[in-house]
Write a protein that binds this ligand. Structure first.
Ligand SMILES: [Zn+2]
Length: 97
C-alpha cells in the first residue's frame, strides 16, 4: 500500500501555488514575484494592489513574458509590450538574493 507522503498528497494539500506568466509552470507562491497592473497600463511589482499576476525571478521567464502575446486572464486586460519591457528592465536592475 502506498503511503500518502509517497503520493505527494500531504506535501501539496496546503501549498499555495501560482502560475508563472513567463514559463507557464506552477510553483510555490513564495518563489514568484507578484505583478500588478495599474490604470495607466503600467506593470509593477506589487503584492497587494490591483489585478495581479505572477512571475519567476528567472530572467528567462522575464524574457518569455515580454515575448508572449495576447490577453492575460490574470490581469483582465491587454498588457502592452512596452509596459512588459519596462517592467523587465526594472527587474533586471534589482539585486535578488
Ligand atoms: Zn517561470
Amino acid at each position: 500500500m502506498a503511503r500518502l507522503s509517497q503520493l505527494g498528497v500531504t506535501e501539496h494539500a496546503h501549498r499555495a501555488e501560482r502560475t508563472c506568466l513567463g514559463c507557464g509552470a506552477r510553483d510555490d507562491k513564495d518563489k514568484l514575484l507578484r505583478l500588478a497592473v495599474t490604470d495607466q497600463d503600467q506593470l509593477r511589482v506589487d503584492s497587494y494592489r490591483g489585478r495581479g499576476g505572477y512571475l519567476h525571478r528567472d530572467p528567462s521567464c522575464h524574457k518569455a513574458f515580454v515575448n508572449r502575446k495576447g490577453h492575460y486572464r490574470a490581469f483582465h486586460v491587454e498588457i502592452s509590450r512596452t509596459a512588459k519591457a519596462k517592467l523587465i528592465d526594472d527587474l533586471a536592475e534589482r539585486d535578488w538574493e
